[in-house]
Design a binder for this molecule. Structure first.
Ligand code: FPP
Length: 238
């Protein structure tokens, strides 16, 4: 089983359009899938689930859709936080949340606080997140420390940079899933996906469920992760 699963939840818009519904109906249906996937991951022993809910680039969508996504994020969080608390899920939002309304920022902080002591599944919602943003903000922190004389440039390593990324305290994703048929990473966890197993499916996010998720886990269990080594070395370690 993967310890950390990261998902790009794609296909909400097409799901709605296929049914002659407005795009927001797809996003609303997508929230139900989030709940289901979270519960299956919890049951299957996944420790961390990271979901791409809103990218740094999603602001480019029509104003109406952006507004609707913000409202949906607010209502879903507001409605689900007690359930997360009860189900022992710890919530963390990653990304530049300073761009959100103060009402949403407050709710995020409050939801993180309410679930802070839970030690079951860690649910990370990437909101106004971009892999390039994450690396840039980490580089800025390093530069500030160098400028303040707290860090020697020659001390900068993969570890010091990784320690300044959005979630330095959890392991990189083992399994990346993208629904909706596109085969790209779309500026998600660029640094953290370096050795992640990638899994794609055509199923649109609102139709994604237990069957597809268990298939992804089964395919993952058959992959050999070599991290740069050769097969014989990895087999020797087993
Ligand atoms: C991509 O589908 C989906 C999004 C940009 C939004 C994802 C948001 C949710 C599932 C709901 C909110 C989530 C939480 C955690 C409260 P798309 O719109 O790009 O679909 P398309 O490719 O078919 O147009």
């Amino acid at each position: 089983m993967p310890t950390h699963v990261a998902i790009i939840m794609d296909g909400n818009g097409r799901w709605a359009q296929n049914r002659g519904k407005p795009r927001h109906a797809g996003h609303r249906a997508g929230v139900e899938t989030v709940r289901e996937v979270m519960e299956i991951c919890g049951r299957q022993g996944v420790r961390i689930l990271t979901l791409f809910a809103f990218s740094s680039e999603n602001w480019r969508r029509p104003k109406k859709e952006v507004k609707m996504l913000m409202e949906l994020f607010f209502t879903a969080l507001n409605r689900e936080v007690r359930r997360l608390k009860k189900r022992n899920v710890r919530l963390r939002v990653i990304g530049d949340t300073s761009a959100f309304s103060s009402k949403l920022q407050k709710l995020i902080a409050e939801s993180e606080r309410i679930t802070r002591d839970n030690d079951g599944l860690l649910l990370q919602i990437a909101a106004n997140y971009g892999g390039r943003w994450d690396m840039t903000q980490a580089a800025r922190k390093l530069a500030e420390q160098v400028a303040a004389g707290e860090l020697q440039p020659e001390k900068i390593s993969e570890e010091t940079l990784a320690a300044r990324l959005s979630f330095p305290d959890v392991p990189d994703p083992d399994l990346f899933i993208r629904t909706g048929g596109e085969m790209r990473i779309s500026n998600f966890l660029l640094w953290q996906l370096a050795y992640t197993e990638l899994w794609f499916c055509d199923t649109l996010w609102p139709d994604f469920g237990e069957k597809e998720l268990l298939q992804a886990f089964a395919d993952y269990s058959r992959r050999q992760r070599r991290f740069g080594k050769i097969a014989e070395q990895v087999e020797g370690e087993c």
